[in-house]
Design a protein around this ligand. Structure first.
Ligand SMILES: NC(=O)C1=CN([C@@H]2O[C@H](COP(=O)(O)OP(=O)(O)OC[C@H]3O[C@@H](n4cnc5c(N)ncnc54)[C@H](O)[C@@H]3O)[C@@H](O)[C@H]2O)C=CC1
Ligand SMILES: O=C([O-])CC(=O)C(=O)O
Length: 308
């Protein structure tokens, strides 16, 4: 198994670190355009092997795609992160060109790879990668819902004073401050609806906090987050390489599912060795359905901004 992570910045390096520690591949290639950075971070990571005991080899590359040849899974994190006060959507101008050229280069050397797109605005970047790659839709996965759901579970756990490990919950829709849909109605504490423990007001606040989870961290840190994004991306990669068939909300191509066509949006999918294998059709309430349709409108408006 060979995995490539494009972009050796905060999210890319953290993703690679998580992948390496869990030995999800024999080799992990980290690629960046900044001279020496990917090589340096890879060597730094490999120097933890003697301390942590893993056997995966990290390999750095300054824009040399030859090194990525024959990758089974490729994660794309290259692109600008937002600064406080910005939306993810404002990154489209710069990041569309980056994601487009990276996708083309990757496919030249790894035509069979499953692509996991992280760069923002993620749903639109995933749509763009799909358009450029021309590969079966099940091999293109956008990472957003895994992270947003982890934040949702964390906020629920903090409010309830319990471990996030006992909380189940999903965020679907777009990966944007106003397009996410935290499904509070379906969230549980070990199978028991969280509404048995929290008031409607508390749940509404948790949903609102989840939606601006990324913006909150960006304001605190000065750039966007990387620990949970890196862990969420590695979580998807693990489900692919270990063929775990986990149900994870991911941005995937909808062709009529959830009432939408020709769009990438977050819905629960089964993730396994072939990419996303199946879309889980949740029975949404009328209110949730309306929120999904509104979210799709906003994602579609962003997709329309992409150069032809
Ligand atoms: N989908 C999600 O849930 C999340 C998405 N993000 C997004 O991920 C992206 C990366 O974020 P960070 O790692 O924090 O940014 P960063 O600035 O730390 O790293 C980005 C890296 O991409 C590299 N890069 C730029 N153009 C490149 C190219 N053509 N080829 C290869 N590498 C290139 C840069 O040199 C830099 O090292 C941003 O767009 C951010 O908004 C971040 C967190 C979560
Ligand atoms: O907030 C951002 O811009 C980065 C991101 O997508 C997240 O952390 O959810």
């Amino acid at each position: 198994m060979k995995i490539t992570v494009v972009g050796a910045g905060a999210v890319g390096a953290t993703t690679a670190d998580n992948i390496i520690r869990r030995e999800l591949a024999e080799e992990v290639v980290l690629l960046d355009i900044k001279e020496g950075v990917a090589e340096g971070k890879s060597l730094d990571m490999y120097q933890t092997a003697a301390l942590l005991g893993f056997n995966t080899l990290p390999v750095g590359s300054t824009n040399d795609y030859e090194k990525t040849k024959g990758s089974d899974v490729v994660v794309i994190t290259s692109g600008l992160p937002r600064k406080p006060g910005m939306t993810r959507e404002e990154l489209i101008g710069v990041n569309a060109d980056i994601v487009k050229s990276v996708t083309q280069n990757i496919l030249k050397y790894s035509p069979k790879a499953i692509l996991v797109i992280v760069s923002n605005p993620m749903d639109t970047m995933t749509y763009l990668a799909f358009r450029e790659a021309g590969v079966p839709k099940k091999r293109i996965i956008g990472m957003g819902g895994a992270l947003d759901s982890a934040r949702f579970k964390t906020y629920l756990a903090l409010e309830m004073g319990v471990t996030p490990n006992d909380i189940n919950g999903m965020v679907i829709g777009g990966h944007g401050d106003t397009t996410m849909i935290p499904l509070t109605r379906l969230a549980t504490y070990n199978g028991i609806p969280v509404s048995r423990f929290l008031s409607e007001d508390k749940l509404a606040k948790i949903a609102a906090d989840t939606m601006v989870g990324g913006a909150t961290l960006t304001k605190l840190i000065g750039t966007s987050a990387w620990y949970a994004p890196g862990a969420a991306t590695a979580f998807i990669v693990e489900s692919i390489v270990r063929n775990q068939k986990r149900i994870v909300p991911c941005s995937v191509y909808l062709n009529g599912e959830y009432g939408q066509k020709d769009i990438f949006m977050g819905v629960p999918v089964v993730i396994g060795r072939n990419g996303w294998e199946k879309i889980i059709n949740l029975r949404l309430s009328e209110k949730e359905k309306a929120a999904f349709a509104k979210s799709a409108e906003a994602v579609r408006a962003m997709n329309a901004v992409l150069p032809a």
